[in-house]
Design a protein around this ligand. Sequence first.
Ligand code: RIB
Ligand code: CA
Length: 320
Amino acid sequence: MGRRIIIDTDPGQDDALAILLALAAEPGVEVAGITTVAGNVGVAQTTINALRVCQLAGRDDVAVHAGCAAPLMRPLHTAEFICGADGLAGMALPAPRRAANPGHAVSFLVDTIMTSAETVTLCALGPLTNIAMALRMEPAIADRIDRLVIMGGARDLGNITAAAEFNTFVDPHAAAIVFDAGLPITLFPLSATYQAVATPDRLTGFDAKAPIQAQILSMLRRERPGGASLGGADGHPMHDPCVIAWLLWPDLFEGRDCRVDVEVTEGPTVGRTTIDWWGRSGAPANAHVVDRIDADAMFARMAEAVRALDLAQPPTKKAL
Ligand code: RIB
Ligand code: CA
């Protein structure tokens, strides 16, 4: 088995594709479990959505644990205006057949990391509330986390406010705890992930006749509430899949080590990440910040990878 990972997530369409990509990549990675957090929608719904996505992939064996229902200090902000009322607009997934696994996500994170024979890679696709809580519950997990790969923050403009990206905006206090914990972090801020836009030419590798890929295409082609993506791109930015793609294909990415700080003071910049790209502060780097993505190659490889999910489905599911 390859690298052991836990995906902490707030599905969310881009989270859903990231989860499918990780499941498709097994055994190159081992998905030890999925922990859900409030973000795009409330945690009850993000948990249902994680179960729905695992069910789509035929993977009801994957542990899904529900996590924190609210940020550490701030009120919860959700994003139904972007992802739809159930968080997965564009996908027609049935209700999950199973319930989430018993036990809180934070306990699952701590117990799995502390008992794992090998170190664990954490993939953080939503607000960092669960991960900050796990660090407070058992600081020793920091020594057993091989790498924490985060989608969050903004080097330039934000997406939920002018200053802040959604995940760090929702829970800036959790993000500050995580960035100051001394963990080996790889960070995908918006300046990187807005290069991974699902433009029509990047979707040609997905097979619309295959059930799982058809759901992915439907999600990627859905009308975007409020018009074009920020910056006018012709498609939805696939923020979270960048995290899994980096684990699988690091050759597609470039970045540099930087100091990253998070604004926690209430006001117009709350949740902003200050990414010291030019090293002006002289402070030691606390993250490897990704700057460039070969997005064409990333989408081509994602399409090829998720094909395995459809091929692995029982014959009855293949018929369309
Ligand atoms: O700002 C984009 C991030 O916020 C993505 O992870 C998206 O799923 C939402 O969680
Ligand atoms: Ca997310």
